[in-house]
Every structure is written in structure tokens, then in C-alpha cells.
Design a protein around this ligand. Structure first.
Ligand SMILES: Nc1ncnc2c1ncn2[C@@H]1O[C@H](COP(=O)(O)OP(=O)(O)OP(=O)(O)O)[C@@H](O)[C@H]1O
Ligand SMILES: [Mg+2]
Length: 253
């Protein structure tokens, strides 16, 4: 079995009409130069077992800063596997994942995961007995980054970004609704200011209005803050609200 991909729609971010400048860029790209790929798959293949069937076969794609990219495809097409490869959680069995042009397999992947990339899991992976603030500050501390302001102030700012009232800082996760937990998971992923946000079905169990709201947050993170936001989705409405759609197709076996 092989996997075939196709980019079915590509547009530049709304409003600018030109490629965004990557975050942390030390120089502005030359006029007309292609925007830099913050994350890239270079002929990536993956099989879960040695010599087993490939779940991902020879995928190449550039993911740019300042964009929301949807990964779509039927169940079993390998979307979660691709996210896991992009996040450095899994190492390709063939090809390379590049972060800012460097091979992830040769980089400090713990640092990459705790520092440069924010992952929002389908099941959120929040700690239910802890408060919202405790969940967010734990991942800030794990990043090893230094923060110039008290963490509580940063938490309140993050909550505003995901449109939760400041009082939620002291709520325990188990008292929150699914949509509210989704927002906390996003806030937590933003806590250490990563370049790339990866989310597995971030709007899976949400009503339409909440889904649109979460997508608006992702677009702001990409278009106004210059992050690269990559989401897996089954929803055509969500894919429609992204800048680019990357389609994974399992081929006939
Ligand atoms: N840990 C694993 N060990 C062996 N095979 C696996 C493992 N995880 C996933 N697979 C297989 O890899 C293929 C792709 O799985 P993946 O979870 O990436 O699909 P997906 O596109 O995310 O599907 P869904 O839309 O249902 O979430 C499937 O055939 C799955 O059974
Ligand atoms: Mg999946």
C-alpha cells in the first residue's frame, strides 16, 4: 500500500496578499523569494513494524509560517501518524523531517518538543485533577524557557487569547466542558510560545459556533503571530477555513 497526496487548495493568508515573514527571522526574505518552510517532510516513509506495510510512503511537503494547514483524508489514511512524525514523537523509517532546514533526527528532539512545537492531542491530555493554571504552567516549566513576567499574568493572557475568562485559571479541568478543555489545551500549547502548533482533530466534538471560534483563534495565531498551525480534521467546514489543505489518500491495496 502506498499513500498519495495532493494539495487541493493553496492561498496566501487573508489580508496581506504576500508571504508572511517567518517568526524569529533574522532577515526579511528577498522580494519574490519563496517563503521559508518552518517544517518540511522530505520523502518521508513510515511503517509501524520492521518490514511491515508502510502507513506513510514517500511524502514530501513544506509547511510555512503564517499559515493554517489542514491535513485531511479518510480514517486510517495516516493523519495521526503524520502529526506524530512532524512533532518528533516518531522517527521516519525513510526520509527526513526538517525543522528550519535541519534534520530533526539529528536535533535534540526533547528540546524541539518542549520548546519549539505545541501539540494539542485529540484527547487533550490535560491533568483532570489539576487546575487550568497548573496545567498550563507545568508545560511552561517543562520547556526550560525563561519568562519575563509572573506566570500567572501570562496564564491570564493566554486564557484571553483562547477566549476564556481569567477566573478559569483556578478551575479544575474535570469541571470544564469539552469545548472549554479544548481551549485550555490550546492555551497550554501556546504557553512556551512555540513556532509550530499541531492539533489532532481540535474541533472534533464541538458545536459549529465553537468550532468556528477555535478556527478563528488558529487563524489569528498564524496570520497575526506568524506561527505555523497544522491541524488534522475530518470536517470540510474546518478545512475550508484553513489556508491550505493537504490531502492524504490511502491507495488501493
Ligand atoms: N501504534 C500502531 N501500531 C501499528 N499500526 C498502527 C499504529 N497506529 C496506527 N496504526 C495503523 O496505521 C494506519 C494509519 O493510522 P492513523 O492513526 O495515522 O490514521 P488516521 O488517518 O489518523 O485515522 P483516523 O481518522 O481514524 O484518526 C492505520 O492502518 C492504523 O491501523
Ligand atoms: Mg487519527
Amino acid at each position: 500500500m502506498t499513500t498519495e497526496t495532493e494539495t487541493i487548495r493553496t492561498t496566501v493568508p487573508a489580508g496581506t496578499g504576500e508571504a508572511p515573514i517567518p517568526r524569529n527571522a533574522t532577515e526579511t526574505p528577498a522580494q519574490g523569494a519563496a517563503p521559508r518552510a518552518v517544517l518540511a517532510m522530505d520523502h518521508v516513509s513510515y511503517s509501524y513494524t520492521k518490514g511491515g506495510k508502510k502507513v506513510v510512503d514517500d511524502l514530501s511537503h513544506d509547511f510555512h509560517a503564517g499559515r493554517v494547514i489542514s491535513i485531511v483524508g479518510p480514517s486510517g489514511a495516516g493523519k495521526t501518524t503524520v502529526l506524530s512524525l512532524l512533532s518528533g514523537l516518531t522517527t521516519p523509517t525513510g526520509g527526513r523531517i526538517l525543522y528550519n532546514g535541519g534534520d530533526l533526527a539529528k536535533a535534540d528532539r526533547y528540546r524541539f518538543r518542549s520548546h519549539d512545537i505545541g501539540v494539542i492531542f485529540q484527547s487533550f491530555n490535560l491533568l483532570p485533577a489539576l487546575t487550568v493554571e497548573e496545567n498550563i504552567t507545568l508545560s511552561m516549566e517543562a520547556s526550560g524557557k525563561t519568562f519575563d513576567r509572573p506566570k500567572h499574568d501570562l496564564v491570564v493572557e493566554l486564557l484571553a487569547k483562547v477566549r476564556l475568562p481569567a477566573e478559569y485559571a483556578n478551575e479544575r479541568i474535570l469541571h470544564l466542558s469539552g469545548g472549554e478543555q479544548q481551549r485550555v489545551a490550546i492555551a497550554r500549547a501556546l504557553g512556551y510560545d512555540p513556532d509550530v502548533i499541531l492539533a489532532d482533530e481540535p474541533t472534533g466534538n464541538l458545536d459549529m459556533a465553537t468550532q468556528d471560534d477555535i478556527m478563528a483563534i488558529f487563524r489569528t495565531l498564524a496570520h497575526e503571530e506568524g506561527r505555523c498551525v497544522i491541524i488534522v480534521t475530518h470536517s470540510p467546514a474546518v478545512a475550508d477555513q484553513s489556508d491550505e489543505v493537504f490531502q492524504l489518500k490511502p491507495l488501493r491495496r
